[in-house]
Design a protein around this ligand. Structure first.
Ligand code: VGL
Ligand code: ZN
Length: 188
């Protein structure tokens, strides 16, 4: 697999929530999650080669998180801190220089965007980043929220749609339009 993008030093590749619980066999499995790994590995390698920044976000909930169904939330229990389900996919190639960002760590609040409560926007600006390239899971949940937030934060924003998979495939069309309306470019 090779990347089709030309990365530069002012780019950040943002790999969203490529964790066991969101892939086949996990507690909140998204169809097509596992199959994204080789392509995302190629993007990571291309980005690092070019001197771009690579960030991997992870959903990192405490036990009894407000988003879990036994607390009245919308989701089955998933990505509980320090459990196997919360680990990055075992085949995802994350060299040491990849920056890890944990989100949605408070008991009483959810955070879908990798920018929400993490300080990531300021960090990327400090590093001189102008463009954010997004891929990962789930297209209609955390990827969607992350792309919209990246636009709001003022970054040139590109979604790699073929390196993302949706929890609800029926939502893809609507999400794509939302992201484009917000100013993101979508690579299908
Ligand atoms: C996500 C559902 C619940 C995601 C996170 O990463 O897309 N989806 N928590
Ligand atoms: Zn979650």
């Amino acid at each position: 697999m090779t990347s089709s993008l030309h990365y530069q030093r002012q780019d950040a590749l943002l790999v969203v929530d490529m964790q066991n619980d969101f892939c086949e066999g996990g507690s909140l499995a998204i169809n097509g999650g596992n199959a994204l790994v080789p392509g995302i590995n190629a993007e990571i390698a291309a980005a690092l080669d070019a001197g771009a920044l690579v960030v991997a976000s992870r959903d990192w909930h405490p036990v009894d998180h407000i988003s879990f169904d036994h607390r009245g939330g919308p989701w089955p229990t998933h990505c509980v801190q320090d459990t196997p389900g919360a680990e990055f996919h075992p085949d995802l190639n994350l060299p040491d220089e990849v920056i890890r960002v944990s989100k949605a760590t408070a008991f009483n609040a959810d955070a879908y965007s990798a920018f929400d409560g993490t300080g990531l926007g300021d960090y990327l600006r400090e590093k001189g980043i102008k463009r954010v390239v997004v891929c990962g899971l789930a297209l209609d949940v955390c990827v969607h929220a992350t792309v919209l937030a990246a636009c709001r934060e003022g970054f040139t924003t590109l979604l790699l749609e073929t390196l993302s998979a949706a929890a609800d495939p029926d939502a893809i069309e609507r999400c794509r339009h939302d992201m484009q309306d917000a100013g993101a470019e979508v690579h299908a």
